[in-house]
Write a protein that binds this ligand. Structure first.
Ligand SMILES: Nc1ncnc2c1ncn2[C@@H]1O[C@H](COP(=O)(O)OP(=O)(O)OP(=O)(O)O)[C@@H](O)[C@H]1O
Length: 357
């Protein structure tokens, strides 16, 4: 199924890999919908028609508040949607359709072609096996290499993510690693088989700011080293600049705005993006009050009619409450916005949002 939304073209920086012809997206997600089971016989539309592309070696950020459907999107793309969820739309990886593909195909893709650094990454590591042993098992799951070579791959992966003295540390247990080292070990595990795309779901939330920056640099640096593309999932638009090439802003399971990160961050087209940007703390003002978007996102079980952001949007008018906007090209190639009033944003767009009382 395809909603006919304009495609969100992005750059392609690395050599083509993963079966994508030159210039074609490696991963193409179209009209992805994830519908969960609600109470009784009800259904809950948690992801509602998301479309985005990932090109080889590209870093794409999926940004939105808690509950926007970011994690479910990643899980659905990887064939890991929760039990009972209905997934429709299209997920093409190197031209191969994954929605509806048999579990054996999805298993062969995971780890080898696509991998996930999950939100609760620190629980991924088993406390009773060495870190190197767990990474070696991930290698064995996709390759039939010999024991010594497999172990060496695990050590190299730990070395690549900056674990000092990796050959020795590979024999350590997770509790012998600091939180930051464990987080890096999980990144090593997700990247050891050099997948085409890594989904990194809030990979830095448990870390201090210095370690956050290191892990992001590490993940996003993978494209230079291995050509791996990264889908960076975050609620923090602040971490996106400097790390991602393109950003897809999501609200209540729907596309809000997408485009090159430098353009979206400096000149947002959607009121919601403007609100997220207005709420970012400036570097110079520790004590200054920041504007906040009034209200909270709707729960997917009780969405308002029309645009889901309308109840919180200072620009909302009657048509916003009646019709859900579809993505349209927003004045520049490669930029899409799903907002009836994108042409009416003030300059600066952040002035739409007042300082919180
Ligand atoms: N297994 C599940 N069963 C029921 N509801 C779920 C399940 N997983 C997610 N949801 C619901 O689907 C919606 C989207 O969840 P999701 O975890 O994708 O959001 P998110 O944008 O990743 O948020 P966060 O940043 O907090 O992780 C939320 O309302 C959530 O409560």
């Amino acid at each position: 199924m395809n909603d006919g939304a304009p495609h969100d073209d992005g750059p392609h920086r690395a050599a083509p890999r993963g079966g994508a012809p030159d210039g074609a997206p490696l991963l193409s997600v179209r009209d992805l919908r994830v519908t969960l089971r609600g109470r009784g016989r009800s259904t809950v539309p948690a992801v509602r028609g998301l479309s985005f592309d990932v090109h080889p070696g590209e870093v794409v950020a999926l940004v939105g508040e808690s509950g926007a459907g970011k994690s479910l999107t990643a899980r659905a793309v990887l064939g890991l949607a929760p039990y009972g969820a209905a997934v429709t739309g299209s997920v093409l990886l190197g031209g191969r359709e994954l929605v509806g593909a048999p579990p054996s195909v999805l298993r062969s893709v995971r780890g080898r072609r696509m991998s996930l650094v999950p939100q609760d990454a620190l629980t991924v590591l088993s406390p009773v096996h060495t870190v190197g042993g767990q990474i070696a098992r991930a290698v064995r799951s996709v390759r039939g290499t010999g024991r010594a070579q497999t172990w060496q791959r695990a050590v190299d992966a730990l070395d690549r993510v900056g674990i000092p003295d990796a050959a020795r540390r590979a024999h350590a247990y997770p509790h012998e690693f600091s939180g930051g080292m464990r987080q890096r070990a999980v990144v090593a595990m997700a990247t050891v088989n050099r997948p085409d795309v890594v989904f990194a779901d809030e990979p830095t939330t448990a870390l201090d700011p210095v370690m956050q920056a290191r892990v992001l640099e590490l993940l996003c640096g993978l494209r230079e080293e291995t050509g791996t593309a990264v889908v960076l999932i975050t609620h923090d638009l602040g971490v996106v600049g400097g790390h991602a090439d393109r950003v897809v802003v999501v609200y209540a399971g729907r596309h809000v705005e997408s485009g090159p990160v430098d353009r979206v961050l400096t000149d947002p087209r959607a009121p919601y993006t403007a609100g997220l940007l207005a709420a970012l703390p400036p570097r110079d003002a520790a004590d200054r009050r920041l504007p906040a978007i009034a209200g909270a996102p709707p729960s997917p079980g009780s969405l308002p009619g029309g645009c889901s952001f309308a109840p919180r949007c200072p620009l909302a008018e009657a048509r916003c409450r009646a019709d859900e906007p579809a993505p349209v090209v927003a004045g520049e190639p490669g930029r899409l916005v799903s907002c009836h009033r994108w042409r009416d944003l003030p300059d600066p767009a952040s002035s739409l949002f007042a300082v919180a009382p």
